[in-house]
Design a protein around this ligand. Structure first.
Ligand code: BTN
Length: 281
């Protein structure tokens, strides 16, 4: 795979693997062995792809994007979880860019004419807090951020991105929850172009994040893409589940939820189900 990057610092080193256990695991090894900030690890398939919360990430060959970005930032570890949201924004932007050719730059569900004259739809990539990208209510991308800290300082942060690109058969338990970009857009899209656009967008958003030391400058655009916004969410808090209406993220990337009694909860981490997304009804 040839990736034509238009970046300043991401991908000065790109390591491409036909098959690997996990790009995140490899990125961690590389980071420990001196890989520089911005190193990219990309694979065509993974034999032990990792998802969030110890889940596995199905990673067949030839169909999807699996990459990990090595970061060696200078800020404090408590800010690192926000990087996942920065990457979610970048992936959404990358998707908008690669689908723009078939939608004349529009990012709503415009109907256009696809390759063979069939109607192609261009759905909007939306973010399900904190870091899933969904199209038409189904997941097309997951992000797994892992960090190594020593004596209170970040050694490295690995941001791993898995994007379902080409049409494929999903495992029975995923059929109703997952989809692929091609299937949603009615047109085959280029994996390398999407990686390049995502990397470019990440650099732009990361610069804003670094400048502010928070998501203050990205909050508005993130909230515009937030599928949870204005919708009922169920927060699976280990201390007790509750429901409320999500209003958006704050500068720290927490999800703000208005509770039935009018008070506001700020959800730092954990599972949030959104009514109508992945089957929460
Ligand atoms: C999720 O559970 O939603 C996160 C999935 C993250 C998958 C990606 S694929 C590339 C990178 N390598 C991994 O092993 N996982 C991440």
């Amino acid at each position: 795979m040839v990736i034509e990057l238009q970046t300043d610092w991401i991908g000065k080193t790109v390591s491409f693997y036909d098959s690997i256990d996990s790009t995140n695991a490899q990125a961690k090894k590389d980071a420990e062995n001196g890989a520089e900030n911005g190193a990219l690890i990309v694979a065509d398939m993974q034999t032990a792809g990792r998802g969030r919360r110890g889940r596995t990430w199905e990673s067949p060959a030839g169909a999807n994007i699996y990459f990990s970005l090595v970061l060696k930032p200078d800020f404090s570890p408590d800010k690192a979880s926000m990087l996942t949201l920065v990457m979610a924004l970048a992936v959404a932007r990358g998707m908008e860019k690669v689908t723009a050719g078939i939608s004349n730059g529009r990012v709503d569900s415009a109907e256009t004419t696809g390759i063979d004259g069939k109607t192609a739809t261009v759905p909007i990539p939306e973010i399900k807090w904190p870091n899933d990208i969904v199209m038409n209510g189904r997941k097309v991308c997951g992000i797994l951020t892992e960090m190594s800290v020593q004596q209170g300082r970040i050694q490295h942060v690995i941001i791993g991105v898995g994007i379902n690109v080409h049409k494929q058969e999903f495992a029975p338990e995923l059929v109703d929850k997952a989809t692929a970009l091609d299937a949603e857009c009615g047109q085959e899209l280029s994996r390398s172009e999407l990686i390049a656009e995502t990397a470019k967008a990440f650099e732009e958003y990361y610069a804003v994040f670094e400048r502010d030391g928070s998501l203050a400058g990205l909050r508005t655009i993130y909230n515009q893409k937030l599928v949870n916004r204005g919708r009922e969410v169920r927060v699976l808090d280990p201390r007790g589940e509750y429901t409320g209406i999500a209003t958006g993220i704050n500068d720290a990337g927490e999800l703000c939820v208005t509770l039935p009694d009018g008070s506001m909860a700020q959800v730092y981490a954990g599972e949030v189900s959104v009514r109508g997304i992945y089957g929460y009804v």
